[in-house]
Design a protein around this ligand. Structure first.
Ligand code: ATP
Ligand code: MG
Length: 584
C-alpha cells in the first residue's frame, strides 16, 4: 500500500454499464415507450430530456429522473438532451449549470445535445404573437392579485378579466411594448385565452409572459419579459423534437395546458408528457429551495456537505455513482408518490462498497493498550488481507504490531455485563489479524480516567488462533501506537431527526427538525500506516466502524480526514445511543 494509486479499489466504472447494472425492470414508462416505438407513433428516435432549472445543485431525487431519462434513451437506442430550464432571471446562475453538468457526468451519463430554454426566448415570443393574432392570447392589465382572485376556485368558475376581449391590434401593440421595455414589472401580463370556467384551474387563461426587469445570467438584459414555466417547458420539448417528456406527478394537471400549447403552436406528432412518482427520502428534504436555505443560513457547510442529499454531497461522502444507479433501479418507477426508507438507500451503498473497497483498521476514540510481556522497541509486520474471502479481489498489506497499541475506548469495560465479549479485566480477546491478549489491569489518572490498559499477549497465537484450540468470543480492531497516523474521522448521521421534515405538525419550519448530531467528529482518531501514501478520495472499510472516504478537499498528507459514508449496519434500528464504533 505504498503505491499511491487507487488500484486496490475495484474500478467498477471501467466495466460496461450493461454488464454492471442490473437489466432495467419493465415499468409502465418503459412499456409505454416500447409501445410507441412498435407503433412508430413519433416517426423518429426516442428522445428524452433532463430539464433542471439551474437554481441549485442536483439532489438524489434528480438522480432518479436522470437515470430514467438517460436510461430509457439508452435502452431504446434514442437520444437524451440536457436542457437547462432557465427562464427565471432571479435565481439562476452559471455556477449551478457547471455543477449540474459535472453531476450528470459523474453519475455516468452523457447528453446528446445541451440546450438552454433561455435560447428559446425569441421563438417563444413569436409563438406569443401568433397566439395573439389567432385570438388565443391577450394582454391583461389587472394586478397580480386581481388575476388570482378572478381565477375562481375548484368549485367556483373564474370571472373573465375586463381586458379579455381586447382587440387583436391593441394586444399586439401592448405585447410589443412590453417586450420593448416600456412598462414596469407587473403592469401587464400575456395570458392564453382558453376557458375561465374550465374544471382544470390551470386552463383558466394561464399566464404566458410576465415583465421582469432583471438581468438573466445568460441573456443579460436583452429581455424584460420572461415566459412562465408552462409556456416554456412544453414548447422547449417540442422545439427539440422530444418524444417522451417525463416529469414528476405534481405536473399532472399541467399536462392539459402542455398539450394545448404544443397543439396551438402547430407541432405535428408533439411530445407526450408522462408523470412518475417523485422520490421522497426519509430524514432528508429533496427540494432545491430548502437545500439552498440550509446552505445560505449556514446549517451545513455548503452544497457538497457530506450530509446533504445532493449528488455533490453524496460524492464527497463516498457514495459511488454505481450505488446511486442501483438505488434508482431498486426503487423503480411508480405512478403514485411513496416515501423511501433511508435504509433502502444505505443498503444500496453498502452493497456496492462491500464488493470494492479494501478493509483496513482505524480507531475512532483511542485508548492505549500496553502488552507488558511484548519486547520493548520491537515492531513486527503482520500480513493482513485487504478483502474478505467472499469478495473476488485479492491483496494484502503489512500491518505493524508493537508493544503499545491503540484500541477503541468502547471496546473496554472495567466492570462488564456478561454479554460483553470485548476486553475486560481477566478476559481474553483476539486482536484482529494478530494475537490473543488477556487484560491484566488498568492505569488511571488522578481524575480516575483510564489512561492505559495492561494486558499480556500469547506468542503462540500469532494470526489469531490458539494452538490448544481454546476459544475466545471477541475480536477487536487496533492500530500500532508506534506507527499509527493521526487522523480525523467525521461520523455523519442523518440530516434530520424526523422522518418527514416536510410535513411537521403545526406548520413548524423544517429546519427545526434538523438533527443536532448529524456530524460527530472524532478528532483524535488513529489509522494504520498503510494508507499513508494514498491519494485523497480513496475509500475504505474501517473494520467494525464503517465505510469511509478520505475527504477529497480537506485531507492533507500529514492529517487525513475521513468522511464516514455509511455505518456497517443500521445502528439506529438496533440501539440509538450505542457509540458507532461499538456497533460491530
Ligand atoms: P426542486 O424542488 O428540487 O427544485 P424541481 O422539480 O423544481 O425540484 P427541476 O430542476 O425543475 O427541480 O427538476 C428537473 C427534473 O428533475 C424535473 O423533470 C423534475 O421532475 C425532476 N425531479 C426533481 N425532483 C425530483 C424528485 N424528488 N424525484 C424525481 N424527480 C425529480
Ligand atoms: Mg423546478
Amino acid at each position: 500500500m505504498t503505491n499511491p494509486d487507487t488500484s486496490r479499489e475495484a474500478d467498477r466504472s471501467a466495466e460496461p454499464t450493461s454488464a454492471r447494472d442490473a437489466p432495467p425492470r419493465k415499468d409502465f414508462l418503459r412499456e409505454a415507450v416500447a409501445h410507441d416505438v412498435a407503433s412508430g407513433r413519433f416517426g423518429r428516435l426516442v428522445h428524452t430530456r433532463f430539464p433542471p432549472e439551474p437554481n441549485g445543485f442536483l439532489h438524489i431525487g434528480h438522480a432518479k429522473s436522470i437515470c430514467l431519462n438517460f436510461g430509457i434513451a439508452r435502452e431504446f437506442g434514442g437520444l437524451c438532451n440536457l436542457r437547462f430550464d432557465d427562464t427565471n432571471p432571479a435565481t439562476e446562475d452559471m455556477r449551478y449549470v457547471e455543477a449540474i453538468r459535472e453531476d450528470v457526468r459523474w453519475l455516468g451519463f452523457d447528453w446528446d445535445d445541451e440546450r438552454f430554454a433561455s435560447d428559446y426566448f425569441e421563438r417563444l415570443y413569436e409563438i406569443a404573437e401568433a397566439l395573439v393574432r389567432a385570438g388565443k392570447a391577450y394582454v391583461d392589465s389587472q394586478s397580480e392579485e386581481a388575476i388570482r382572485e378572478g381565477r375562481g376556485t375548484i368549485t367556483l368558475p373564474g370571472t373573465p378579466s375586463p381586458y379579455r376581449d381586447r382587440p387583436v391590434e391593441e394586444n399586439l401593440d401592448l405585447l410589443r411594448r412590453m417586450r420593448a421595455g416600456e412598462f414596469p414589472d407587473g403592469a401587464h401580463v400575456l395570458r392564453a385565452k382558453i376557458d375561465m370556467g374550465h374544471p382544470n384551474m390551470l386552463m383558466r387563461d394561464p399566464l404566458l409572459l410576465r415583465i421582469r426587469h432583471a438581468a438573466h445570467y445568460r441573456r443579460g438584459t436583452a429581455w424584460c419579459i420572461y415566459p412562465l414555466y408552462d409556456f416554456a417547458h412544453g414548447l422547449s420539448d417540442a422545439f427539440e423534437g422530444i418524444t417522451h417528456s417525463l416529469c414528476t406527478l405534481e405536473f399532472k394537471d399541467n399536462r392539459e395546458l402542455y398539450d394545448w400549447l404544443v397543439r396551438e403552436a402547430g407541432f405535428e406528432r408533439p411530445p407526450e408528457q408522462t408523470e412518475f412518482a417523485r422520490l421522497e427520502l426519509d430524514y432528508t428534504v429533496l427540494s432545491k429551495r430548502k437545500l439552498l436555505r440550509l446552505v445560505a443560513e449556514g446549517y451545513v457547510r455548503g452544497w457538497d456537505d457530506p450530509r446533504m442529499p445532493t449528488i455533490a454531497g453524496l460524492r464527497r461522502r463516498g457514495v459511488t455513482p454505481e450505488a446511486i444507479r442501483a438505488f434508482a433501479e431498486t426503487i423503480g418507477v411508480a405512478r403514485s408518490d411513496a416515501r423511501i426508507e433511508l435504509a433502502t438507500f444505505e443498503h444500496a451503498v453498502r452493497d456496492d462498497l462491500n464488493m470494492r473497497v479494501p478493509r483496513v483498521m482505524a480507531v475512532a476514540r483511542p485508548v492505549k493498550l500496553v502488552l507488558t510481556n511484548y519486547p520493548e522497541g520491537q515492531v513486527e509486520m503482520l500480513d493482513a488481507p485487504l478483502y474478505p474471502h467472499d469478495v473476488p479481489l485479492t491483496g494484502s498489506r503489512p500491518v505493524p504490531f508493537s508493544r503499545e497499541l491503540w484500541i477503541e475506548r468502547e471496546d473496554f469495560m472495567e466492570d462488564p455485563p456478561k454479554k460483553f465479549f470485548r476486553l475486560a479485566p481477566g478476559r481474553e480477546v483476539r486482536l484482529r489479524y494478530a494475537y490473543l491478549v488477556t487484560c491484566t489491569g488498568v492505569v488511571k489518572d488522578a481524575a480516575g480516567e483510564i489512561v492505559e490498559i495492561h494486558a499480556t499477549y500469547d506468542p503462540a497465537t500469532r494470526g489469531g488462533d490458539a494452538p490448544d484450540g481454546r476459544r475466545v468470543q471477541g475480536t477487536i480492531h487496533w492500530v500500532s501506537a508506534a506507527r499509527a497516523l493521526d487522523c480525523e474521522l467525521r461520523l455523519y448521521d442523518r440530516l434530520f431527526a424526523i422522518a418527514d421534515p416536510d410535513n411537521l405538525p403545526d406548520g413548524r419550519d423544517f429546519v427545526s427538525a434538523l438533527n443536532p448530531n448529524s456530524l460527530v467528529t472524532a478528532p483524535h482518531a488513529k489509522v494504520e500506516p498503510s494508507v499513508a501514501s494514498d491519494i485523497p478520495g480513496m475509500r475504505y472499510q474501517f473494520e467494525r466502524i464503517g465505510y469511509f472516504i478520505s475527504d477529497p478537499f480537506e485531507s492533507t498528507a500529514g492529517r487525513p480526514i475521513f468522511n464516514r459514508t455509511v455505518a456497517l449496519r443500521d445502528s439506529w434500528a438496533k440501539a440509538k445511543d450505542r457509540p458507532a464504533a461499538a456497533s460491530a
